[in-house]
Design a protein around this ligand. Sequence first.
Ligand SMILES: [Zn+2]
Length: 119
Amino acid sequence: MFTSHYGGVGSLESMRAASEAGTKASRATNETMQIRRELNRLLMINEALWEIIRDREGLKDDDLIRKIDEIDLRDGVLNGRRAKQTPQDCSNCGRTLPKRQPVCIYCGTDAENRDPFGT
Ligand SMILES: [Zn+2]
């Protein structure tokens, strides 16, 4: 037993639990920062690719905005999110293809016409 900084009484177990929670929180913060760095880099790469294409093809930023809205509206709702993909069935065995698998895991048939941006 000990007296905490807050004037209460705690046990060794509660101290250990608090320390573990602090470690998990710190790890989550580090992961979040890493994801932000990666996201920032991906945004920069996206911007670079767009500017190369725009300048080579004589496009305008409005063309990009219109295309983004067109993709956004494929599910009928302008909400800043892509439409959810509906699962496809294997053309050979008819079973549902798992997401992001290039071949059917049941029979090995190539998963044709998969959406490369499928989520
Ligand atoms: Zn199959």
